[in-house]
Design a protein around this ligand. Structure first.
Ligand code: G3H
Ligand code: 13P
Ligand code: ZN
Length: 330
């Protein structure tokens, strides 16, 4: 057993309380490899932002759990070396079983998500409560979820959104003991969050997605005041990145995300953690495709992963400063 404190990590409890009170959200950036980790830590240190390093079960398989543990410890040391000891949480994204959550707690994670949102309500309560009982013995934070986002989460995918039912949140939080709650208010995973038929078009012909259901968020806040809320599927899918990808041989059709002004509004509320993965993938892919178009003879990975890392860091700084408001909160 490696406890997260041995790695210099923190859990999310205090960070979330401060974020809810302060009217900002903490970034949860997904990572799978070294360059992504370097970009996250570099961006968060330079902006003095707390951060959740977020790892899906697929990412854990990809990167290897032993390496991940050392990478997380390395991230803490790297932040110190860069000159500012930001609080770093290592978080399991979309855990689907008690066994996976236990294994993460035992290998140094300071926070886990148990996503029972695809189960019937009572089963979701049961599995979430079991994870909380285990994780809290080690002071590890637990995120649960009510409502289902459209899109793909590892092996689980849903064609349609099932909005969170506000009338369930008090009971769920009380019965499970979770520390934070992910809700579904119209965000979605991936880079194609909505079908064109669900959107309108602005004067330039750009797809405009349906607005988020702030009425649901407000009703949730009214029922569990001050309780930390999490927003998944919060990439904005910047059109300039999609254009860069498609202009350099890519084929991303109908890519559309959540407008940043809506994310800003959510971050100012009880939403205290915002999950961003797809935008990072787009930024890296755009930078790599550009290098390959401009320098087809290039074959040194540092020559395309380096620019990808720079682009990623710039994107993260933008999110922290202009969207989430978490700069100078570390
Ligand atoms: O919600 C899903 C995250 O973007 C993780 O994606 O399962 O492909 O690693 P992944
Ligand atoms: P995006 O696909 O919008 O980046 O969402 C990521 C996410 O919710 C990870 O859990
Ligand atoms: Zn998610």
């Amino acid at each position: 057993m490696t406890h997260y404190k041995e790695l210099g990590l923190v859990n999310s409890k205090e960070l979330f309380q401060k974020a809810v009170k302060g009217g900002y959200a903490i970034p949860a950036f997904n990572f799978n490899n070294l360059e992504q980790l370097q970009a996250i830590i570099g961006a968060c240190v330079e902006t003095k932002s707390p951060v959740l390093l977020q790892v899906s079960s697929g990412a854990r398989k990809y990167a290897n759990q032993t390496l991940l543990k050392h990478l997380a410890k390395g991230a803490v040391d790297y932040a110190n070396e860069l000159g500012y000891a930001i609080p770093i949480v290592l978080h399991l994204d979309h855990g689907d079983t008690l066994e996976l959550c236990k294994s993460c707690v035992e290998s140094g994670f300071s926070s886990v998500m148990i996503d029972g949102s695809h189960h019937p309500y009572e089963k979701n309560v049961e599995i979430t409560r079991q994870v909380v009982e285990y994780a809290h013995k080690y002071d590890v934070s637990v995120e649960g979820e009510l409502g289902v986002l459209a899109g793909i989460e590892d092996e689980v995918s849903s064609e349609v959104t099932h909005y969170t039912r506000p009338e369930e949140v008090e009971d769920f939080v009380k019965k499970t003991g979770v520390d934070s709650l992910a809700i579904s208010i119209g965000t979605s995973h991936g880079a194609t969050k909505f079908k064109p038929a669900q959107c309108t078009r602005n004067a330039d012909g750009v797809l405009v997605p349906p607005p988020l259901r702030f009425d649901i968020l407000e009703e949730v806040e009214r029922r569990i005041p001050g309780f930390p809320i999490v927003l998944h599927g919060a990439s904005s899918v910047p059109p300039d990145l999609v254009k860069l990808i498609n202009g350099n041989g890519g084929k991303l059709n109908d890519a559309v995300g959540i407008p940043e002004d809506q994310l800003r509004r959510a971050a100012a509320s009880a939403v205290c953690k915002v999950n961003i993965d797809s935008d990072g993938r787009l930024a890296m892919t755009a930078a790599i495709r550009k290098v390959f178009t401009e320098s087809p003879a290039e074959f040194d990975p540092r020559k395309y992963l380096g620019p990808a890392r720079d682009a990623l860091k710039a994107l993260y700084k933008h999110k922290i400063i202009n969207v989430l408001g978490s700069a100078n909160r570390a």
